[in-house]
Design a protein. Structure first.
Ligand code: HEM
Length: 505
């Protein structure tokens, strides 16, 4: 009996020693962080609800300066919120591989721009960069304005009442990215496929959140068993839709002589096709041209369209939600935005064009300040490809580095009175001397957000369309918000605002 006990004890001690005293573990344990336990290290610390996990990450960021460490079963992870430490990682072309947290998305987005790495990522980035050049954005602006006008039309039905802005805004951004990336209208009377696609995207998003917060369904195979293949069902809908859109477009180009990527004759496209073109399509055509030139294959085209549909809608919807909530809660700031809009448009009700949007300097500062306080992507992850030195500590290769944008943006030493919503922080003279990595809502360095100009344009388009017609009144207050751990910054409760028609319109 005693013999067994001693043997088991020896076995446990050996496991503990092997897991927690190897070269990597010794290096990582020098970095400050929560105390680890016998064998399991910090594993028990994270068995929490998504809201508790979010709160714990914030608490740890106030306890240890610049970075803290998590260690468990051979996995080393750092939470990093010091601007120098962040710069060392994201400005480098070495550490461009994403952390394994992103693997939940791999069945859907595969090797699209967000998840790919190495030369594949470099090639794709080169192909897609022109999709966000000024002339392309100018075309997108027309589509965004049409959608923004539709959004304000729909507000009529709920005028004066408290509404949860999250679903309405998500619908707006999903339609906008779909119409700009694929020139495909979702949910129109003729497009049953479009409606199913939209629902499947929402379901995949929900499932992602579900998996992120729970340990057992992390493995794709096990998760599918648990959910009786529900995820695969949604993936099939999404992939068949994007496949069909691409096929239709390819056929259209072939019918028109094989070289009509940017041809304005698109107006004659078959209206019964799910690829319903009125104007040229920059992003998809760009990819098909690259395919013709042998730079990307058929699967690659689809991976990118799937990636842009995902990255391009939830992020901007989140940014818009908090910005609307903040503007509703700050009457004097709202009045200043309206003054700027009145100066640009006077009594006119015409749609804004790209020049109008570029004149909205104060609105842009409000958006930037809102993205500081509520960064839609609150954290992002890399895996170190080689050993580096951070804050005087040697960090071994293979460590997951989670850049905590949320904590960085709320550092008192970088932003005085960090919880105050003050758009003037972004006046040129107030940004002088600020650390270049103090403000990174769109990340920075080689893997920064490719869609950031599009995002700002979209946010300006919707906010200006709304504020030209409505005054916003607060229901949800900043202090009511309780966040959860997720890919984008979500709250436990809906975000409510009241829209009341302005007298002049
Ligand atoms: C307010 C809105 C947005 C915010 C805050 C945002 C933020 C970010 C951040 C922080 C990253 C880096 C992620 C990481 O390294 O893991 C990123 C990457 C990316 N974003 Fe955005 N994004 C926004 C809108 C958009 C839009 C509208 C698009 C597409 C039209 C887009 C497409 C992408 C893509 C494809 C990447 C991956 C880039 C690469 O790795 O080369 N994003 N975004």
């Amino acid at each position: 009996m005693w013999m067994y006990f001693i043997l088991i004890l020896l076995l446990l001690l050996t496991i503990h020693f092997l897991l927690n005293y190897n070269y990597r573990a010794r290096l990582l344990r020098r970095i400050p962080g929560p105390r680890g336990y016998f064998i399991v290290g910090n594993a028990l610390d994270v068995i929490l609800s998504p809201a508790e996990l979010f709160a714990l990450t914030r608490k740890n960021a106030t306890q240890w300066p610049n970075l803290n460490r998590f260690w468990s079963f051979g996995i080393g992870a750092l939470n990093i919120y010091g601007p120098d430490e962040i710069e060392a990682i994201i400005s480098s072309t070495q550490h461009i591989t994403k952390s394994p947290v992103y693997n939940f998305l791999s069945d859907w987005l595969r090797d699209g721009l967000l998840l790919s790495t190495g030369t594949k990522w470099q090639k794709r980035r080169k192909i897609l960069t022109p999709a966000f050049h000024f002339n392309t954005l100018k075309q997108f602006c027309v589509i965004l304005e049409e959608n923004s006008q539709r959004f304000t039309e729909n507000l009529k039905d709920t005028e004066g009442k408290s509404i949860n802005v999250v679903p309405a805004i998500s619908e707006y951004t999903l339609h906008s990215i779909c119409e700009t990336a694929m020139r495909t209208q979702l949910g129109s009377e003729t497009s049953e496929a479009g409606r199913s696609y939209k629902n499947a995207i929402c379901e995949l998003g929900n499932q992602f959140v579900h998996r992120l917060a729970r340990i057992p369904p992390h493995n794709n195979f096990i998760y599918n068993l648990f959910t009786l293949g529900k995820q695969n069902e949604h993936l099939n809908i999404v992939h068949s839709f994007t496949k069909r859109v691409i096929k239709d477009r390819r056929q259209y180009i072939r019918r028109n002589g094989g070289n009509n990527f940017d041809d304005e004759k698109d107006t004659q496209a078959d209206e019964h096709s799910i690829y319903f073109n009125k104007k040229k399509t920059a992003m998809l055509d760009l990819l098909l041209k690259a395919e013709r030139d042998g730079l990307i294959d058929e699967i690659g085209v689809q991976e990118e369209i799937d990636t842009f549909m995902f990255e391009g809608h939830d992020t901007t919807a989140t940014g818009l939600t908090y910005c609307i909530m903040l503007i509703a809660n700050h009457k004097s700031i709202q009045d200043k935005i309206i003054e700027e809009l009145d100066e640009i448009f006077g009594e006119s009700t015409r749609a804004a064009d790209i020049e109008d949007l570029s004149k909205m300097r104060y609105l842009e500062r409000c958006i930037k300040e809102s993205l500081r306080l509520y960064p839609p992507v609150p954290s992002m992850g890399r895996i170190l490809s080689e050993e580096i030195n951070l804050n005087g500590y040697t960090v071994p290769a293979g460590t997951y580095c989670h850049i905590q944008i949320f904590d960085l943006h709320r550092r008192e030493d970088l932003f005085k009175d960090p919880l105050v919503f003050d758009p003037d922080r972004f006046l040129p003279h107030n940004t002088e001397g600020r650390h270049p990595y103090a403000y990174i809502p769109f990340s920075a360095g080689p893997r920064n957000c490719i869609g950031q100009k599009f995002a700002i344009l979209e946010m300006k388009s919707l906010l200006s369309a709304v504020l030209r017609r409505y005054n916003l009144y607060p229901i949800t207050k900043p202090e009511d918000l309780k966040f959860v751990l997720d890919l984008v910054l979500r709250t436990t409760e809906p975000v409510h605002v009241r829209f009341v028609k302005r007298n002049k319109v």
